[in-house]
Design a protein around this ligand. Structure first.
Ligand SMILES: C[S@@+](CC[C@H](N)C(=O)[O-])C[C@H]1O[C@@H](n2cnc3c(N)ncnc32)[C@H](O)[C@@H]1O
Length: 816
């Protein structure tokens, strides 16, 4: 390294060294210079003027001439078409590098700057330097700006990226760019100030192997601000920024070089302030390693075989579709008869309402839409269509008009989503919004309810935002339930390994616990490791791998050994109007209602009623719980022949403040719709009122709700439900593949296991009901398997994105 020319040194870095007015003073300084006209249009002269201010007036945290040379050399070498810098400050690096990019034939230099005043200073100086044609200054946090530029299509690839902003964001922004495929093999990174204690997490990341990065993702490795920044850089900018939590692309490999240089103050080389440059060499999943190639091939095969399965089953499914359509012409089904009867009979009690059902692509939303249709109402359907996969709700006979919704996202927030709901409601004169959406809009639906009820006369079957938020989060739900005086398993939110160890040591020998991630990481969800482990060192090792921190908190919950049950309830003004309980099944793809008189079902209803009543009058929405029951309690109950005894101890572990797929069990119950309409305070449907009166007489288990005799609606003679596509894959295709490969590998299912799986599938086919199929409305079922899912698999096949599980009934894909 050559010697530093002291004549070029900036004044010394003071205690407070930015955001104290010096940035706008710099502008005054430059524009008040007598030689301002000679400076115009010359990047070199603008830089000289900035340097002169730094040498004679105030220190500026610019990259400076020496470190700047490293990057301009790199620009000459790489010749980037598009370069991005994170952290522009007053525009020094932006003018220096923007000019170099322009000279080397590049098209665009993006300078991302969080501070609006600094951003304005950069724009002014870039304009003065005559670089506005190449340089674009984007004001906002770097991650939000990157996402915006990417989604608008302005930024498609980054050839060279200069990181010189909020230190914790170096890694998170890099991961974001990897995930958005802006950084690919060939991209080059230059990062300022990275050696210990500069930016160890960044260095660790770019130097990690593919395996290390994959393991970190699997074990839900650190996201957000690395704890090592806690007391330093995160406070430097006087704000703690929310950072992107992208997983990155673990398959990318970097070649990393350290380059030492000088600060603009001339301070001799401080190793901790060195720059690094990284070249993204390759992506292992596509081009290099055979093992990864196999992985990629396996994923492609998985998607391709599911598309093939859809094609193979197309003729027979189309045959069933055609049969159903012919049957509809020849025989009038119950639902259509009921609708005609209701709409054709002039009665003072019946007035068709316009009902908006969101989530109609899911079996639960579709099932409710069909019930409202059969009860004579006009149904508007709406749902998301991820990656353009056309929604099965579009083709349901029950839906008068379908709307595609904009999903809430970190990028756009929830405003567009809420606005689209409002637009539908006002345009269609909707009376009642039945929110049936999934977890992707759980909390946003609470916000939408408040806005809709404030601005329109439409009422919503949806809890408000704070209730939704409290019930949606596992830890706040448990705290809230305990505060209502109801039974809960011991639960702690833990933000460090030590806290978790203390709790485990305190409970030693009396209880076991499991850890649940508080972030929605699908990879970590299924981990049911019981804690403490047989030895403390194993326990410590397990906790260490999870990297528990304030940014990645976990909940430590008492483990209850025994079967799990789920419930679905409709609650109107704090009173339970419809209720069903069923055993939980794997991936919740099989539903069978518990008999209403069973002590378990009655216990869960009692719990739900007490919970709902204690929320008060404003509590209207769908409410579902997951309960655990101890094995010994179930055995004791069975010993009593299922008869009600002293009550069953129920352990609620989760609450979903939204409709549950178990709502399909009400498919044969027209009574339930009247309970929904009660939300409107209007006259009830005469037909269903009559049904209800009959039910009051017939039903021994009516409850008093709010002083009124009101029966709770249970599924009438409920069928058992399954999803044919799921069974075909899970009970036939996968066991068959496993059986066939067992000849080659020696591992896999036996012939008897294969036959037993197939016979279960056959039983379902013959005696159970498909969750989507309805003879009078067969299109959504056909569409689900032959349009919606093939489109989704094609998307995964073409983009190379990976998924680990999917839920046929909700259309949800768990990406990994
Ligand atoms: C060291 S200065 C950049 C100096 C500049 N690269 C130069 O050499 O002329 C860091 C800048 O990053 C900005 N910054 C901090 N966090 C940011 C973020 N998350 N997104 C964008 N800019 C950020 C700060 O406001 C500050 O202006």
């Amino acid at each position: 390294m050559t010697k530093f020319d002291q004549a070029k040194a900036y004044v010394e870095e003071p205690e407070i060294f930015f955001d104290d007015g010096r940035e706008t003073e710099l502008l005054q300084y430059i524009y008040n210079r007598s030689d301002i006209d000679a400076i115009r249009g010359s990047p070199r002269k603008v830089l000289a003027a900035i340097d002169e201010y730094g040498r004679t007036k105030n220190y500026l945290m610019n990259v400076g001439e020496d470190k700047g040379k490293i990057v301009t050399d790199l620009i000459e070498e790489v010749k980037p078409e598009t370069m991005v810098e994170c952290g522009g400050y007053v525009g020094y690096s932006c003018i220096l590098f923007g000019d170099a990019v322009k000279r080397s034939g590049g098209q665009r230099y993006y300078s991302l700057e969080r501070h609006p005043v600094f951003g304005a200073v950069i724009m002014s100086l870039v304009d003065l330097a005559g670089l506005s044609d190449v340089v674009k200054v984007i004001i906002g946090t770097s991650d939000a700006s990157i996402k915006r530029l990417h989604s608008s299509g302005d930024l498609k690839h980054i050839d060279l990226m200069f990181l010189d902003h909020y230190k914790p964001a170096y890694t998170t922004d890099l991961k974001l760019c990897e995930e958005l495929r802006l950084i690919t093999p060939g991209s080059v990174l230059a990062a300022d100030n990275v050696i210990k204690p500069g930016n160890p997490p960044y260095l660790e990341y770019v130097r990690s192997s593919v395996e290390q990065k994959r393991t970190a993702i699997q074990t839900n490795g650190p996201r957000g601000v690395d704890p090592r920044f806690k007391d330093r850089t995160s406070k430097q900018y006087k704000v703690e920024l929310d950072l992107s939590s992208s997983k990155g692309n673990p398959d990318l490999v970097y070649d990393s070089k350290l380059v030492h240089s000088f600060e603009p103050t001339g301070v001799p080389v401080r190793p901790q302030k060195a720059c690094t440059r990284q070249k993204c060499l390759k992506t292992t999943s596509r081009f290099n390693m055979p093992a990864d190639r196999q992985g990629w091939l396996a994923y492609s095969l998985k998607n391709a075989s599911l598309i093939a399965l859809s094609l193979i089953t197309l003729p027979q499914d189309t045959f069933f579709l055609a049969l159903s359509l012919i049957a509809n012409v020849l025989i009038r089904d119950e639902a259509t008869k009921r609708r005609r009867l209701i709409r054709g009979t002039s009665t003072p009690y019946f007035e068709p309402k316009t009902i908006l059902v969101t989530g109609v692509g899911m079996s639960k939303g579709l099932s409710l839409a069909r019930q409202f249709y059969a009860a004579g109402h006009n149904v508007i359907g709406a749902d998301f269509e991820p990656c353009g996969a056309l929604n099965p709700g579009r083709v349901s006979k029950s839906i008068r008009k379908f709307y595609s919704l904009t999903a809430p996202s970190a990028e756009h927030g929830s405003n567009r989503y809420i606005q689209s709901l409002l637009d539908i409601i006002t345009h269609e004169n909707v009376h009642l919004w039945v929110s049936c959406s999934g977890v992707a809009s759980a909390v946003e639906d609470g916000a939408a309810k408040e806005t809709i009820e404030r601005l329109t006369t439409c009422r919503a079957v949806q809890f408000d935002i704070s209730t939704t938020q409290t019930l949606h989060e596992k830890h706040s739900f448990i705290e809230h339930t305990a505060s209502l005086g109801l039974n809960v398993p011991e639960t702690h939110t833990v933000t460090s390994q030590d806290t978790a160890l203390d709790i485990l040591q305190g409970a030693q020998g009396t209880k076991q616990f499991i850890l649940k991630s508080l972030t929605l990481d699908d990879a970590a969800r299924g981990n049911m490791t019981l804690l403490p482990r047989p030895s403390w060192s194993e326990t410590e090792e397990h906790l260490l791998a999870l990297r528990i921190s304030a940014q990645t908190p976990w909940i430590l919950q008492q483990y209850i050994r025994g079967p799990e049950y789920c419930t679905h309830a409709l609650v109107v003004r704090g009173s339970v109007r419809a209720f069903v309980a069923c055993p939980s099944s794997d991936l919740l793809m099989h539903y069978e209602a518990l008999p209403r008189e069973s002590p378990l079902a009655q216990g869960m209803l009692e719990f739900t009623r007490t919970f709902a009543e204690r929320q008060g009058e404003a509590f209207t929405g769908h409410l579902s719980f997951d309960f655990l029951v101890r094995e010994e309690d179930v055995r004791e109950m069975e010993g009593r022949g299922g008869a009600a005894g002293s009550g069953v101890e129920l352990w609620p572990i989760e609450c979903n403040p939204r409709a549950h797929t178990a709502v399909v069990l009400f498919r044969e119950n027209p009574n339930m719709i009247a309970e929904y309409l009660d939300v409107l305070d209007g006259p009830k449907d005469a037909f269903t009122r009559l049904q209800q009166e009959k039910a009051i007489k017939a039903n021994g288990s009516s409850f008093t709700n709010g002083g009124m005799e009101n029966p709770i609606i249970w599924p009438e003679e409920p069928q058992k439900y399954y999803w044919s596509g799921h069974d075909l894959v899970a009970s036939v295709l996968l066991p068959l593949v496993s059986f066939l490969t067992s000849f080659a590998t020696g591992k896999g299912v036996s012939l008897s296991a294969l036959l037993s799986d197939c016979s279960v599938c056959l039983q379902h086919l013959l005696f159970w009901k498909d969750g989507t199929f309805e003879v009078w409305d067969p299109w959504p079922w056909w569409w689900l398997y032959h349009v919606y899912w093939p489109l989704r698999f094609a998307y995964f096949l073409l983009t190379g994105r990976r998924w680990s599980r999917l839920n046929i009934s909700t259309g949800k894909v768990f990406e990994c």
